[in-house]
Every structure is written in C-alpha cells, then in structure tokens.
Design a protein around this ligand. Structure first.
Ligand code: PLP
Length: 388
C-alpha cells in the first residue's frame, strides 16, 4: 500500500540535499568548532556559514542567531531568557491562549517563579486582537510572545501590527515562527520582532536543532551554562552536522517557498472544498483565508478524531488530531477550545498538513476514503444518539 504522509506540521522528512550537506560533518570534518587547529576550524567555518544562511532567510544579521536544540529550546530561551534578564524593569509577560506548549509551559514556570502572565483570548478563527495586546501592556511588561502561525489550525496572527504596538511601548516582542520559516516569507524587521524561534525539522531539516533570533541589544540571560559557545548565550559543543543541515534547509526553503506555497494552497483548498462537499456536519477550524498554505483542520460532528486517524492509518494515510505533542493525550486541544469549540467538537477534529511530496492524487485519495470512514464511525457512534 502506498503511504500518504499528511502530517508535515508534526515533522517533515529531511530533504536529500540537506542529508548530503550534513554527511561530511559526521565523519571527515568531525572536528570541534572550538578547536584552533584546522579540523576544528573547518567545523567552525561550517557552523558560521550555516548561521549566515539562517540569518539571510529572515532578514537578520548572523550574530543575531543562537543555535538551539530545536523550537522548544528556542521558545524557552526567549521567554525565560528575557524575563530573567529584565526582572528589574518588571515581571509581566503577555502571551496568547493558542501558543504551543513550549511557550505556555515556559510561562507557567515563570508564573511559579513570581512573574505575572496575561494569556490573551482569541476570536473564533484563532486570531489575537492587537488592540487587546495594547490594552494589557503596563509599565511592568517586559515581553510579549505571540506565535506567527498556529501549528494546529494554521491561522496566521497579526504579528506585524502587534510588533508596532510593542515597539511603541518599548516592550520586547517574541514570535514562535516554527511553522512559518521556510514556508512563507518571514522578515524580522517587517514583523517588528526582537526574538523569533525556528525549528529545523519543520522545514525539511533534521530533528533536534533550531535557532533563536535575538535582535542586537536585546537583554537575554543564558539558560544553559558551561563553555563560551554561541557568545556565552548557549553553552555546549555545537551540533555541527545538524546546524549545517538547518542552514541548507533554510537555503532551500528560500528557493522553493514561493512556488511551493502556491501549489500547496491549491491542494489545501481542493481538500477543504471536497471534504465539505462530501461529508455533512463538517466545519473548517481556523481562519478561512489568513491560514498557512498547507493546513486543513476540520471538525467532524459525532466522530472521535482518534478513530478517524486510526482508520485513515489502515488506508495508509497519516494525519493528526492536533499537535503531535498533545495527540498522545486524550485531553481536547487547548487551541480548539480557545477558538470556542466544545470539548466534543474539539475531539472530532482532524488535521491534514501538506508538504513537498503531497500530490493531487493524495488529496483525492483522502476524499475517496474519508466519507466512508466517517459514515462507518457515525453508524457506531453513541454521540449521534445524544440530543444536541
Ligand atoms: N512551536 C511550534 C509552533 C511547533 O509547532 C513546535 C513543534 O511542534 C514547536 C514549537 C517545538 O519545536 P521542536 O519540536 O523543534 O522542539
């Protein structure tokens, strides 16, 4: 059976060009970038070249890039690093109810350490209101963190507008751009952000590596202490092969994103139209137009998301009910609840995220099998008998 992978928001396959770029740094050029002899300097050169590539794609300077172990660490470094470095100025952090757990859990940690967190609600599409951000800023606010686009429902947030508000108020602004970098244009100056998180495995790079952009002059403390790597902002011997992979993935992302985003948006719209046409009592979650080109998130009444996933898997189709991190839990997605869905509606959610290998044949196959799966599950559903 042909396997159809439609869960690119969870992770992406590593691009063959990325693997090719990484391979020499496992064996021939295995030196430690901190060593001053030529082996080390070869590795140092590769790390710095990757830093330039990462910076280039987001309109930053290479010295503003800190390599991390991924998006989670980048988010943690942004949140805790700025909060602790600026605790003399204030103890207030603003975020939103639709952030990834990496941001929300870092906020909870800060709250336990005495910081005050304001978690803003979103509208039914998952959009944060920039005016609401403006209203909750106080002279104690040190950081605003609003994601660029949702990993679950694909909604693209008004980051540019919030950036202007943050700038006027003199408050640092972080965005989690894990789902956008390499997929849609991201420019730190245009967005008006001081910090921005990146994860390689969401853009055809390897897992376990990412980066945090930190605008020059931003006060930040390190969370990992040890050696002097990353200008003392993140200790530990650099993961050279993976950093090289991230650099190459960013480069390829820049080259391919324009064409790819158009292609995927077309497939996305065809899939949304088809699902709504072929299955009754289905709704699209997230914003109808301000959404990632590859994201389809729907709620299907009277059916459990998990049952749909398992049945799709039997047909060779990989999809998801929410973020990869929460899909193992039976809790309804905090993002869907924040959009105002009932727990039952949230449980009936299904996310398809398209990518490089997705074709029209894949989306047609989904449209061929999903109606039958839903009909079968509804026939056995105790939910259907519940008066609504
Ligand atoms: N932020 C967002 C929006 C994500 O989608 C993810 C991954 O699911 C992360 C952060 C965490 O990134 P990583 O898996 O690299 O730790």
């Amino acid at each position: 059976m042909r396997r159809i992978y439609l869960d690119y928001a969870a992770t992406t396959p590593t691009h063959p060009e990325v693997v090719k770029a990484m391979l020499p740094y496992f064996a021939n050029s295995f030196g430690n970038p901190s060593s001053i002899y030529s082996y080390g300097q070869e590795a140092r050169g590769a790390v710095e070249e990757a830093r330039i590539k990462v910076a280039e794609l987001i309109g930053a300077r290479s010295e503003e890039i800190i390599f991390t172990s991924g998006g989670t660490e980048a988010d943690n470094l942004a949140l805790k690093g700025v909060a602790y470095a600026n605790d003399r100025k204030g103890n207030h952090v603003i975020t939103t109810s639709v952030e990834h757990h990496a941001v929300l859990e870092a906020c909870k940690f800060l709250e336990r350490s005495g910081f005050k967190i304001t978690c803003l609600p979103v509208d039914k599409y998952g959009l944060v209101d920039p005016d609401a951000v403006r209203k909750v800023i106080t002279n104690r606010t040190v950081l605003i963190s609003v994601m660029h686009a949702s990993n679950e429902v694909g909604t693209i947030e008004p980051v540019e507008e919030i950036g202007k508000i943050a700038r006027e108020a003199g408050v640092y602004f972080h965005t989690d751009a894990v789902q956008t970098v390499g997929h849609i244009p991201v420019n730190v100056d245009k967005l008006g952000v001081d910090l921005l998180s990146i994860s390689a495995h969401k853009l055809y790079g390897p897992k376990g590596v990412g980066a945090l952009y930190v605008r020059k002059g931003t006060k930040l403390v390190s969370l990992v202490h040890g050696g002097e790597q990353e200008k003392r902002r993140r200790a530990g011997t650099e993961n050279v092969p993976c950093i090289v992979g991230l650099g190459r993935a960013m480069e390829l992302g820049g080259q391919e994103m324009g064409k790819e985003a158009k292609r995927l948006a077309h497939l996305r719209d065809r899939l949304i139209e088809g699902v709504v046409e072929k299955i009754d009592r289905v709704r699209l979650n997230g914003h109808p137009t301000r959404r990632l080109p590859n994201n389809v998130n729907i709620s299907v009444d009277f059916v459990e998301g998990e049952s749909m996933i398992l049945n799709l898997d039997l047909e060779g189709i990989c999809a998801s009910t929410g973020s990869a991190c929460s899909s193992a839990s039976l809790e309804p997605s905090h993002v869907l609840l924040a959009l105002g869905l009932s727990p039952e509606e949230a449980h009936g959610s299904l996310r398809f995220t398209l990518g490089r290998e997705s074709t029209e044949a894949d989306t047609e196959r989904v449209l061929e099998v999903l109606p039958g799966i839903v009909a079968k599950l509804r026939a056995m559903s105790p939910l259907l008998k519940t008066p609504r």
